[in-house]
Structures are given as structure tokens and as C-alpha cells.
Write a protein that binds this ligand. Sequence first.
Ligand SMILES: [Fe+2]
Length: 240
Amino acid sequence: MSDKIFDIGIIGYGPVGATLSGLLSSLGLSVVVIDKNKGVSPTARAINTDSEQLRTFNFLNIATEVIANSRKLKKVHLAINVNDPSVSFDWYNKHLGLIPSDKVELGKGSGIYVALFCRCDLGNKLTDHHSFLLQSNLSSDLKSGFNHCAYEVVEVDDIFLGHEVLKDKSYRHEWGIGRHFAGSQIFDYWRSPYGHVHEHQTDGDLFDNKVKPGVIDISEAAGMQWGPDITATFGNSEGV
Ligand SMILES: [Fe+2]
């Protein structure tokens, strides 16, 4: 151990300690960081970076390197309950240019759609099967509003890792883990303390704007390629 005197001592060389030492050093302060482990950790100490963190990294002149060594996640999709998915779709198609990926039909050939999976029209560029889902409010006591929102994770490991973390923290599980038919995502649904449904999802289908909309039966939309049966409470009015 050196007997050198430092301006600042930081205990713990995780993401926060490392960033703080860099920021304090950039101010001209001498910093010593003490960690129980020797050398560089062989495992990840953080799994995500957001725009706020990138601003900090930019200050340290490492933002470009962090971005170059990171994988971008395509954020979210949102599902809302509406009176008539077809009528709402016409509005979103006209004003935001959303296009249909799969239409969920109430009985084969009925022409009545109880859900519409919509995606962005990015031309030849591939995009998520759905960024927006319009769902009938029949299952939510005719209450229109929030149905669920989904967050993409890197891979199936993260679905299971997130599942274990949320279970340990005693959050209420809603449905999963499974793989949808429509969109093919591996999914896991949880309830927030306010009753809202949040989904972790990964490995979904990617479409360009040439893929024609599919028509699927309601039993297929509520089903899954593998996983437990849909819960009776999924899509109810609790989180609307
Ligand atoms: Fe979803």
C-alpha cells in the first residue's frame, strides 16, 4: 500500500465508482479507488446504457467507444384498448402511417377484428412486427386505455434473468414465459404495483413494408407456440 495522499477515495470500482473516478480526475483531483476484487471484472457489471449515461460518458470522451461496443435495443411496443380496432386503425394509418401486420378475427370470415398488430412503414428497412397494438375493449369491461407496454431485452437469457429478479422482489406475475404466434416474440408479462401490465420480450419478427397483413383467429392470437395458457386476468380492466 502506497503512503501517497489522495484528494478523494472511492470504495467500489463498479460502474458508478469507475465513472465517478473519471469525472473527479477530469477536474484535476487525485483519486484512489479501492475494490475487493483484483483487476478487471470478467463479468458485466452493468447491462444497459441510456442517453443520460451517454452524456456523462461523452464528458469522459468514451461515449463513441461505448456505443461502438454496445448493441442497440429497439425500445418498446404499446398496446391500447379501444372501442373498435378497425376504426382506430384507420386514424393511425391516415395520420401516422402505421400499417397492419396481423389482424385478429372474431370467428373465421366474420370480418370483425378484435385486435390489430401495427408496425411502422419504414420502406425496405426491417422493423418490428408490431410497435402498436389496437385491441378491443371487450375484455376490459369496455374501458378504453392502456393495455400493456413491452420492453425489448437482448436475448432469452435476459427474459429468464428478469423473471427471477422480479420474482425475488415479489412482483405479481401475469403470463409467461412463452412464445407468441403473432410476432413470434418470447414474452413474459408482469403487473406493476399499480396493476399495469409490462412485458419483457425478445426475438420478435422483423418485417419490411412489403409483407402483407395476416388474418389470424382469436384463439391463435391468445395462444402461444409454447408456454403456459393465457391467464384469465390478461387484458382485463385492472391496469386501464
Ligand atoms: Fe406485447
